[in-house]
Design a protein around this ligand. Structure first.
Ligand SMILES: C[S@@+](CC[C@H](N)C(=O)[O-])C[C@H]1O[C@@H](n2cnc3c(N)ncnc32)[C@H](O)[C@@H]1O
Length: 210
């Protein structure tokens, strides 16, 4: 039986992306094909990433998380699953991501329960800021999608506000969010927990203009 350490070493060799200064990721070389690329920011332990990647083998998925412990759990799961359409990276993702990923190269960006930083003085730590929305626009193919879910009402309103007055995105839902999930929605453990606590999700989708 392989030791946990060997599993992590082997999994890193297969799945971990390296971000090297001033070098953009070469997706066709990484995945060995030119399938569309979807990016999940804040994958945590990878529950959503693994399910969606299994359901969509014709799409390549990149999962990012900054926390070492969660990232290791994700690496262990990937090693078991043999998901060749997934790659992951342990980085703090911010607007500088455009140094590492070609513009117009991502079809969909997912943010499942981004940290809400509810205290007013911490709001500036929220990942959704004007600069960051601009960076996402840069990464997305024309017509690409940003797909966000949060259980935090005030953060949902903040997110809708950050997309509302932009010319380069439009909201798919009339008031910016909806409360009923899509039929094929993937519910994570975190979402289930929040529902049980009485926090129903806000679903948001913003399409980048052509
Ligand atoms: C509330 S958890 C949600 C995890 C998962 N998406 C889910 O729905 O179960 C937020 C995750 O985003 C990660 N995260 C927050 N800000 C990040 C950033 N700037 N770059 C990468 N990961 C980030 C955290 O480490 C954490 O795992």
């Amino acid at each position: 039986m392989m030791s946990d350490n060997s599993i992590l070493v082997e999994s890193r060799k297969i799945y971990e992306l390296e971000f090297v200064d001033d070098r953009k990721l070469d997706f066709p070389a990484i995945f060995g094909n030119s399938n569309p690329i979807h990016l999940e920011i804040g994958s945590g332990r990878g529950e959503f990433l693994i399910k969606i990647a299994k359901q969509n083998p014709q799409i390549n998925f990149i999962g990012i998380d900054l926390k070492e412990k969660r990232f290791k759990t994700l690496l262990r799961k990937l090693f078991k699953e043999h998901l060749l359409n997934v790659r992951v990276a342990k980085i703090f993702l911010d607007e500088n991501i455009i140094k590492f990923i070609d513009e117009n190269s991502i079809e969909t960006i997912y943010l499942q329960y981004p940290d809400p930083w509810p205290k007013k003085r911490h709001n500036r730590r929220r990942i959704i800021q004007d600069n960051f929305v601009s960076a996402m626009k840069n990464l997305l193919v024309p017509g690409g999608l940003v797909d966000i879910v949060t259980d935090h009402r005030e953060y949902a309103l903040w997110i809708v506000d950050h997309f509302r007055n932009r010319e380069d995105f439009f909201a798919l839902y009339e008031i910016g969010f909806k409360r009923v999930p899509d039929k094929n929605h993937i519910e994570t453990y975190f979402e289930k927990l929040k529902r049980e606590e009485g926090f129903e999700p806000y679903f948001m989708k913003f399409r980048s203009r052509l």
